[in-house]
Design a protein. Structure first.
Length: 78
C-alpha cells in the first residue's frame, strides 16, 4: 500500500464523515483525526516491531520517551 493509497482512504473516510453529518457543521476535527489515527498507528507499528519500543520509536521518527507516553495515554501499556 502506498502513501497515496493511505491518503485516498483517509480522504474517502472524511467524505463519508461529512455526508453522515447531513449539513451539521463539524467541530474539533483536527483533534478527532489525531485521536482516531494515532492508536491504530501505534498498535500496528508496535506489532511489527515485536513490542520493541526503541525500534518502533525509530520507525515513527519520535523519541522513545514520547512513544512510551503515547502508549500510556492510549492504555496500551501499564
Amino acid at each position: 500500500m502506498s502513501k497515496k493509497h493511505i491518503e485516498e482512504c483517509i480522504r474517502d473516510s472524511l467524505e463519508v464523515y461529512f455526508k453522515d453529518l447531513r449539513g451539521v457543521e463539524p467541530t474539533a476535527m483536527y483533534d478527532m483525526m489525531l485521536k482516531v489515527t494515532e492508536r491504530p498507528l501505534l498498535d500496528v507499528v508496535m506489532k511489527h516491531a515485536d513490542g520493541n519500543q526503541s525500534k518502533a520509536a525509530e520507525w515513527l521518527g519520535i523519541n522513545r520517551n514520547t512513544l512510551r507516553r503515547k502508549l500510556l495515554d492510549h492504555k496500551m501499556i501499564k
